[in-house]
Design a protein around this ligand. Sequence first.
Ligand code: AMP
Length: 422
Amino acid sequence: MSFKDLGLLNEILRAVEEEGYSEPTPIQAQVIPLILAGHDVMAGAQTGTGKTAGFTLPLLHRLRASSSQAKRQSPRALILTPTRELAAQIGENVKTYGKYLPLKSTVIFGGASMNVQTQNIRSGVDIIIATPGRLLDHVSQRTIDLSNIEMLVLDEADRMLDMGFIHDIRKLLSLLPKDRQNLLFSATFSDEIKKLAAGFLHAHQTIEVTPHNTPAELVSHLVYPVDNKRKRELLTFLISSNNWQQVLVFTRTKHGANRLSDYLHSHKITSAAIHGNKTQAARTKALADFHKGAIRVLVATDIAARGIDIEQLPHVVNFELPHVPEDYIHRIGRTGRAGKEGAAISLVCIDETQLLHGIERLLKRKIQKMVVAGYEPDPSIPAQPIFKGRNQQQSRGSRYGEIKKQKPTSSERAVEGRFRTR
Ligand code: AMP
């Protein structure tokens, strides 16, 4: 199947062709016709499947096809996303795919000037790409009018719920006109997501794509068993001896990300850390530097890394395994994208044995282990419980029990609150 077969406008086909896409990905082939036909859609698709173009292309088509010559009033499409980075990337995609169309878009997220955003909105835009908190700020200051929204996209809806945006989303939904097309994209269909969907989707179509080349299949997985205190040395050794030039490294905590980045720097490996405590300017700079190869290593926490879109990212390293197995899939979604192969490397200490088992259960396979000579784990070191969050809450992913996602404690919520993309 080609993009032409989907019936998209020529202006859109031309932009897609210039991106070098030869054919739609499985999610695109399924959702684009449904969206063009005006259906509400609930789509299960992870980052890396081409989902962004999956909703952006038909959205542009429908807005253009029904646009009048009358003066641009207020925005007609709203795309809600959990993080600033994701909003910025979707904003870029909308511009790229819509470059031959007379449609205007703008991105709204926290950490950037309200005034500049207000001016952009006032100048007349068709499409708003926003994080929920900052959008509500504009609503309360009456700097945005949402009464003409015809199409709504909730992207990465599961992440938005994880990040505590449910009330903001419900508030925003109540402000939109009833008669509109709704699209919900989510990596998982939890009960919470289904409940949210039932509340606002109308007679929707559900699409769940398990693509041929899921990220997990295109990626080669490898575990290096190593003692916790020697992980930094081993990482430095692996980067240097393999001459890796672009490595995304995940840590569990912001503090850990800073410490590791400093360590690498002091060992002559250029690196930067991104996490929720960094300013937007610092995060944007770190991403840009990483993108253009000015730094070799980007150390990130899970939430900050959400939505990082760097093509052909060859190596993703789990310096620490995530508490929740699904986050492993999110992390490695940054490598082996859209048909390209990548490597997911995990440095695993004895404390993380149960976390590793949880990931292997999710992947439905064992991950190959390789011990590096000189870094063999010391068998006399006992496993320690892994602590979670600022209040040192013990992870259920440790050897003390089953891996289960936990409700955030009040102090964790406070940390998340500070991170919220206002
Ligand atoms: P996404 O899942 O939206 O984050 O997209 C993942 C990556 O796939 C992005 O880098 C896109 O540029 C790329 N992509 C999207 N659609 C296609 C396609 N039809 N063919 C090849 N690459 C694509």
